[in-house]
Design a protein around this ligand. Sequence first.
Ligand code: SAM
Length: 279
Amino acid sequence: MTGPPSSFVSDEGLHRAKRSLGQNFLVDPNLQRKIVAALGAGPDDEVVEIGPGRGALTRHLVGTVRRLVLVELDDQLAASWADEFQGRDDVVVIHGDVLEAPFMDALERPEEALVIGNIPYNITSPILFRLLERPRPREIVLMVQQEVAERIAAKVGTKAYGALSVGVRSVATARRLFGVGRGAFRPVPGVDSAVIRITPTRPEPVLEADEPHLRNLVRAAFQWRRKQLRKILRDHTDLRVPAEALDRVAEEAGIVLSDRPESLSPEDFIRLASALQDE
Ligand code: SAM
């Protein structure tokens, strides 16, 4: 492929960027290549791209991997891609919402797949949590808002550390790779961005049955992030741990009840969720 399909060839052409779909297109070819290189996909890999848009990343991937699955919500862009790749069995175009479409079903080995995307910023957290549902892919490289990259990678105990940091890092390792200034996009967004790599941990660090409880606990804890764990565990409506069980749970999990949620590492949260399950 040499360029994007002609029907969306320029800002002035048929396709206009839709703010509602977070359409800020990456126009710097060096950055496009750098992001695709960060994924490190080879000819045997199955790759999912979220929101191919006008093909900023797509054009560097197509034909280089075993299967490329494109998930695009925009009617016009999805139709253009479907048209462009009609008859190719190494490209699958899914016209749908990444939060709902069963795109992992298009893969032979979803747990070995790679995921890439310059994702719409208004739904970054839901996309992250969707991608970290089982079966989790082998690796994920995403462009996100700089501020979100900082929250994901934040050190325990800092202001940026919260539900997103724990949600991602309880099941994966996360690394900020490099920053991308707003000038690399059209239209130019109001924020800077960063590329992150998320690598799901193997073997799975959390039992499947414990995962909903862990999510519940993390959400409740950071809703009340200024309160001590004792109060959160005892009084939060989603938890309601009986007072007599608190010391037992704390001992089993190796946590201190007078601490606040932001001082617990992702591993502490995993142990705490499991201790709560044992009660
Ligand atoms: N990959 C292109 C690039 O780097 O220039 C486009 C990136 S643009 C920030 C986000 C893309 O995601 C757009 O193409 C948009 O239409 C698409 N999109 C927005 N919401 C989506 C959703 N819920 N599911 C799938 N794609 C979505």
